[in-house]
Design a binder for this molecule. Structure first.
Ligand SMILES: NC(=O)c1ccc[n+]([C@@H]2O[C@H](COP(=O)([O-])OP(=O)(O)OC[C@H]3O[C@@H](n4cnc5c(N)ncnc54)[C@H](O)[C@@H]3O)[C@@H](O)[C@H]2O)c1
Length: 343
């Protein structure tokens, strides 16, 4: 392998552009060598912005390129599993955005191809690499707050996506809550065994018409006895609301939202501050850099990636359980969805 990891990027949409900028401007140990998108103008625009030397006509061209060491799969979710299979067969190391797929059969095909090829795979659960949430994990893992008893995740978007997006996204649990399912496993360091969902359409009737929900409280029962909640909304008018609290036998730890500044305005009428950072591109900027740095290091040093294929699979099982619980109005054990839920 060269002194720099040569990376091919597949998908030049919202997240593809974020990752291309990271590789180009913030990770000197990696080189953005090639980019492909089924929309050639999108690929060309990101290539021009990030100084990417080659615009490929397809993902297959990137896989066939012997100069490429690793690929970032940043295309729409329905393409992920097939692209993982093709990349693995071509011997490329793989970073793939969440979720791996909407169904377990496709995920299992992809993970089997990765295992057979012996390449490395990392899934894009960037929130693990956020400084606030990483500190919560340290407090739990080190015993600083004793034995964890309760976990609360608040995860609300500033505004709902268009109904056209909802129709292909797999629904809120697979598209949005998937990050929170991963966060729950990561923070507690254990697996969930049962899920109960109360959900509704409160924000946008179009989302309901597309067969999805936009508001939910999901109760998690962990195997180790911890009880957790995930509080989701597609619309918090004050911005991106991303908070966590864990109560343990020796104390609690919590994180607040992140703000563009720390200024507080105090007048005779009120004490106020500006709104939190508005969405994921601003709120999680550093985590996107940290996750790719970890991926590049893992590949270059031949070490396991920090977010594996199984870490990509389990939150999908949780999302399917959450939906089934909502549909059937009852607690659902993860074992009902898949016997393959790893401890
Ligand atoms: N980790 C995160 O916080 C995060 C944030 C946003 C999106 N995502 C995930 O990233 C993926 C992309 O989301 P997005 O918001 O960037 O979507 P997007 O629609 O903005 O971009 C997707 C791009 O992929 C291209 N594309 C589709 N099929 C392709 C193919 N076969 N080959 C090459 N290009 C192809 C499209 O033309 C488009 O430009 C989704 O799976 C989404 O869940 C993750």
């Amino acid at each position: 392998m060269n002194s720099k990891l040569n990376i091919g990027i597949i998908g030049a949409g919202r997240i593809g552009r974020v990752h291309a900028e990271t590789i180009a401007f913030r990770l000197p140990e990696a080189n953005p060598a090639s980019i492909a998108d089924i929309n050639p103008q999108a690929a060309a625009a990101v290539a021009a912005r990030c100084g990417i030397a080659h615009v490929a006509t397809s993902a297959a061209e990137i896989f066939d390129d012997p100069g490429i060491d690793a690929v970032l799969i940043c295309s729409s979710t329905d393409t992920h599993a097939g692209l993982i299979v093709d990349a693995a067969r071509a011997g490329k190391h793989i970073f793939c955005e969440k979720p791996v797929a909407h169904g377990l059969e496709r995920i299992d095909e992809a993970l089997a191809a990765v295992e057979k090829a012996g390449v490395q795979l990392q899934i894009g659960f960037n929130r693990r690499f956020d400084a606030n949430f990483a500190r919560v994990r340290v407090a739990v893992a080190s015993g600083e707050i004793g034995t964890p008893h309760l976990m609360h995740i608040v995860s609300r978007d500033p505004a709902p996506p268009p109904a056209s997006y909802v129709k292909v996204s797999g629904g809120m649990f697979l598209d949005m809550t998937i990050h929170d399912f991963d966060m729950a496993r990561f923070l507690i360091g254990g697996e969930v065994e049962e899920i109960y969902t109360a959900a509704a359409v409160m924000v946008d009737p179009e989302i309901g018409a597309a067969g999805d929900v936009d508001t939910a409280v999901i109760t998690l029962r962990f195997k180790n006895g911890v009880i957790g909640t995930i509080d989701n909304s597609r619309k918090a008018v004050y911005g991106y609301d991303q908070r966590v609290e864990i109560l343990g036998s020796a104390g609690s730890i919590s994180t607040a939202n992140c703000y563009p500044n720390q200024a507080v305005v105090s007048t005779a009428e009120s004490v106020r501050r500006d709104l939190p950072l508005n969405f994921f591109m601003d709120r999680y900027t550093d985590s996107f850099v940290n996750e790719l740095r970890a991926f590049v290091q893992a590949v270059m040093e031949g070490k396991p990636t920090p977010v594996t294929g199984i870490d990509g699979r389990i939150p999908v099982v949780m999302a399917l359980a959450a939906r089934k619980s909502y549909d059937e109005r009852r607690p659902v054990r993860l074992a009902e969805i898949s016997s393959l839920v790893h401890a």
